[in-house]
Design a protein around this ligand. Structure first.
Ligand SMILES: Nc1ncnc2c1ncn2[C@@H]1O[C@H](COP(=O)(O)OP(=O)(O)OP(=O)(O)O)[C@@H](O)[C@H]1O
Ligand SMILES: [Mg+2]
Length: 252
């Protein structure tokens, strides 16, 4: 069975989507069979992969609302597979709220296809609503991208509380794998200070290395590629490769 990671932080713009895409590309480079899940109605991961979220035949919305099997929604992009999102997913959120077992919709959808992969990466939306709870319920471990700037730790406490709730209600085995330091500026001491603060305040692991801030990363989504393809030798691509290797995902 694969390892399933939910990449979550309710704070917006901290590089959740970038991290899912780049780690997915790195793990594929390292010979792993990778499934990416776009759980955000904004469809940014879907778009970053070079797909048009508005032109999809089917998306996760159909899986959640019309109970379409995930196999009918899966798309292959380069070396990875993706369950794409479209804006309809926002409607699925409302639909799920009225349904018993709503926290398990993603977990159930993944069950029949999981064994085809070594690793599943779930891109959660910037909220702690029912979609993110679905992501946390379907996951084995959580990666928390954190932009290393003043006040970025605010919200981590609330995220950890939600994780505790998910552990008590739907997924007792869930683990916080660690913080991924994103958009890191090594020229100042602030970044390291923020990471030390988060480590001592919340007792979470900070994964190494931090991902440097680089315009090469910011350019990549517009090209429909991850930074590993867009700027293969950049320090940010290299950081994501090292992070991916540190996860030690087994090959089935
Ligand atoms: N290492 C980096 N260097 C420079 N820019 C980056 C880096 N990582 C991410 N970005 C840029 O920061 C912005 C936010 O990243 P991203 O969309 O991945 O965040 P997110 O947490 O998924 O956002 P949301 O909460 O809206 O889903 C994007 O424009 C992305 O290209
Ligand atoms: Mg995102």
């Amino acid at each position: 069975m694969p390892v399933t990671y939910a990449v979550a932080n309710q704070k917006g713009g901290v590089a959740k989507t970038t991290t899912v895409h780049a780690l997915g590309a790195a793990l594929a480079e390292q010979g792993r069979r990778v499934l990416l899940v776009d759980l955000d109605p904004q469809g940014c991961l879907t778009f970053s992969l070079g797909l048009d979220p508005n032109a999809l035949d089917k998306s996760l919305h159909d899986v959640f609302v019309h109970r379409v099997p995930a196999t009918e929604v899966l798309l292959k992009v380069g070396e990875v597979h993706v369950l794409p999102a479209s804006i309809d997913l926002a409607g699925a959120e409302v639909h799920l709220l009225t349904r018993p077992g709503r926290e398990y919709a993603l977990s159930r959808a993944l069950d029949p296809i999981k064994s085809d992969y070594d690793v599943v990466l779930i891109d959660c939306p910037p909220s702690l609503g029912v979609l993110t709870i679905n992501g946390l319920t379907a996951a084995d471990e959580i990666l928390v991208p954190l932009q290393c700037e003043t006040l970025s730790h605010r919200g981590v406490g609330q995220l950890l509380e939600t994780i505790e709730d998910v552990k008590s209600y739907t997924n007792p085995a869930l683990k916080v794998r660690g913080v991924v330091a994103t958009m890191f500026d090594s020229r100042t001491r602030l970044g390291r200070e923020v990471l030390d603060d988060v480590r001592t305040r919340y007792g979470v692991t900070v994964l190494e290395p931090p991902v440097p801030k680089s315009v090469r990363v910011a350019e990549a989504p517009g090209r429909g590629r991850s930074v590993l393809e867009h700027a293969a030798r950049s320090s940010s691509a290299e950081a994501y490769r090292q992070l991916a290797a540190s996860l030690e995902v087994a090959v089935a």
